[in-house]
Design a protein. Structure first.
Length: 339
């Protein structure tokens, strides 16, 4: 049993806890509405959990959901869209904030009404919930004035950009116009989202936010833990990963879409686990080397930057997954404490 798997204490809320939760919730909502800071909107809640404790994090989660709900509903009513116009924002924000707080602060009911969960399973469950919210927004029918209209307009802009970049070749432009229609792009995007794309996107948002929170938390607390160092995927993950590949091929050959989609998402979950294990190997070896605090912060920032850099991140992710898989047979770490 690890500390974060135990029941989360919810003490009587004091003034310091209340203020910390309010400040972190306010920063969370402001980042969400700021546009260029949206990618960081979960980080304040992670810092709140690490620095001020689980009770402050869960209280901040409640304040953030309420604050975002008031703002989203106000903006929607101002545009004349009503409650339906605010629903997509409310759904995605609430699911992502609840999932991330669960990952960082643990389950306040664990050990009382339900068994505790390891970090990896909380990560997988929260990512799955986030992916379902994304898929619900993409696949739900809507009017041209809602989310569907916004998506259609963005796809038209993407199509126009590709066609404009084709130059003056009329034949090439005609081919692109016939292939890169908004409807075709929607079909491709839907196929990608259903086959693990949404799950992978939710995971990387959580992982990026968690690592960024750990980095920022070091500015407030000299000592900080990185439990990724000791993470090891469940023992049978490699066999589940191996089994998913033929299931995907069989499902595709027999047009069993539900089975194929399920196998793709299970495959992505396995890849995520080995990605985390590979990251644990890297962090473990870095932790064994004596480094100044600032250099460790820079290494953490560089790691996060590589994971979100288009093109480079594919190489880094593939390498980390291979390292994680290789550790099933090679002693890449001196300790084997499961997390």
């Amino acid at each position: 049993m690890h500390l974060e798997d135990a029941a989360v204490p919810l003490p009587r809320i004091g003034k310091s806890t209340l203020i910390s939760a309010l400040v972190c919730a306010g920063v969370c909502v402001m980042c969400m509405k700021a546009g260029f800071l949206t990618l960081l909107f979960l980080v304040p809640l992670g810092v709140c959990s690490i620095v001020f404790g689980p009770a402050a994090a869960w209280l901040g989660c409640v304040f953030a959901v309420l604050g975002n709900g008031v703002l989203a509903l106000g903006f929607s009513l101002q545009r004349g869209a009503g409650l339906a116009g605010a629903a997509p924002d409310l759904l995605v924000f609430t699911v992502l904030v609840l999932g991330f707080t669960w990952i960082m602060a643990g389950n306040p009911l664990a050990g009382r009404w339900m068994p505790p969960l390891r970090t990896v399973f909380r990560f997988a469950a929260a990512s799955l919930a986030g992916s379902l919210a994304f898929m619900g927004l993409l696949l739900a029918p809507g009017s041209d004035n809602g989310f569907a209209g916004l998506s259609h307009a963005q796809l038209e802009a993407i199509t126009a950009g590709f066609i404009a970049s084709s130059g003056t070749d009329a034949a090439r432009q005609a081919l692109l116009e016939s292939l890169l229609t908004p409807d075709n792009l929607t079909v491709m995007l839907t196929a990608f989202v259903l086959r693990g794309g949404a799950l992978l996107s939710a995971f990387f948002l959580y992982f990026f936010s968690r690592q960024a929170a750990l980095i920022f938390a070091r500015l407030f607390r000299r000592q900080g833990s990185n439990d990724l160092i000791s993470f090891i995927a469940p023992r049978n993950t490699i066999w589940v990963l191996t089994l998913c590949l033929p299931v995907i091929l069989i499902g595709r050959a027999l047009s069993l879409t539900i089975i194929e989609v399920a196998a793709w998402n299970l495959l992505v979950i396995c890849v995520i686990m080995f990605l985390a294990q590979g990251g644990g190997v890297v962090f473990y070896n870095l932790a064994r080397r004596p480094m100044p605090l600032m250099l460790r912060l820079l290494c953490g920032l560089a790691f996060v930057f590589l994971l979100i850099s288009p093109g480079i991140n594919l190489f880094v992710i593939g390498l980390l997954v291979l390292i994680g898989i290789a550790e099933n047979w090679l002693p890449l770490r001196g300790m084997r404490n499961e997390k």
